[in-house]
Design a protein around this ligand. Structure first.
Ligand code: ATP
Length: 295
């Protein structure tokens, strides 16, 4: 359980976070989105106990993160936006090194490393970290964040810069962590991934929360459903309606922005002799919402 209340962070005179509050239940995936400079990394670093807020409180699983950051870190895995790995180490030695930092016995480290490499479909084949591809390095950093089997994972843009296949496998892996009962907080610029994976989404703009909730709640708050009516009509000139329509292979599409509009337009179309082929609902995407909110 995470409870953030009025988190404020100033860098000098600049308020990077300005009164951020939210609650998050265990076992949920929480997406933090916003334009560049909105404050996502700052929030994640505070949640990981790496920087202190200027004001406000943050309690994670009963631990006051501001007062006891070390207690938090035992049960937390953090993936920075850009992780510097020890390039000359082998993957196994690197994971063992971090396992030792967490005080894990050698046999536990070995078993856990093998499990993680297997789950992440990572086969380093004895290579040094410096010789791995960017996607493999990201997976090594994810394995490192999980070596001590923490309940809370904080990932800053985990899929940034990865090719579509690797990005997909990392996202699927993150979604799978929820099934293991873990809580994941992640930021991303790929909004489709956030829509797909997250139970809750927080939208930041210039350090303030502009919206938070499930995708369903955000859609209700940020935009109406658009209905697209696909139809054929013998003589398009007989159909007059204030909406635009697009012709393609003798088919037309009209958009209605409410159920009343939809009913009125389908009635008008039927009266004009049109054959309605199908009606599709179009929900606003996170991308559309973010564009609406503006920079
Ligand atoms: N150490 C720092 N010193 C001064 N200003 C900072 C510092 N770190 C971040 N900022 C500023 O705080 C604001 C928020 O930065 P932050 O990195 O949290 O945003 P972000 O949403 O993660 O951005 P991006 O999507 O570009 O990674 C930005 O205006 C940034 O320039």
């Amino acid at each position: 359980m995470i409870a953030a209340r009025n988190l404020v962070k100033y860098y000098g005179e600049f308020p990077a976070l300005d009164g951020v509050s939210f609650d998050l239940d265990d076992g949920e995936i929480f997406g933090v989105i916003g334009h560049n400079g909105a404050g996502k990394t700052t929030l994640l670093k505070i949640m990981a106990g790496l920087i202190s807020p200027t004001a406000g409180s943050l309690v994670i699983n009963g631990i006051d993160v501001v007062k006891r950051p070390l207690d938090l870190k035992r049960n937390l895995g953090y993936l920075p936006e850009e992780s510097r790995l020890y390039e000359t180490m082998s993957v196994e030695a690197y994971l063992a090194f971090f396992g030792e930092i967490y005080g894990l016995p050698a046999d536990v480290i070995r078993k856990r490393s093998m499990e993680l490499l297997d789950e992440l479909m990572l086969d380093p084949d004895g290579k040094k970290i410096g010789e791995l591809s960017k996607g493999m390095k990201r997976k090594v950093a994810i394995a490192r964040s999980l070596i001590h089997d923490p309940d809370l994972l904080i990932y800053d843009e985990p899929t940034s810069g990865l090719d579509p296949m690797t990005s997909r496998s990392v996202l699927d892996y993150i979604k799978g962590l929820r099934n293991q009962g873990k809580t994941v907080v992640f930021s991303a610029h790929n909004l489709f991934q956030v829509e797909e994976a997250c139970d809750l989404v927080l939208i930041l703009r210039r350090g303030k929360v502009v919206a938070k909730g499930s995708m369903h709640e955000l859609r209700e708050a940020f935009g109406s459903i658009t209905y697209q009516i696909f139809f054929r009509i013998p003589d398009p000139a007989t159909f007059s309606t204030p909406v635009s329509y697009i012709a393609s292979n003798g088919r037309y599409m009209a958009e209605a922005h409410s159920i009343e509009d939809l009913n009125r337009m389908t009635a008008t179309l039927a009266a004009a002799g049109a054959t309605i082929e199908r009606i599709e609902s179009h929900y606003p995407t996170l991308e559309e919402m973010l564009l609406k909110i503006g920079q």
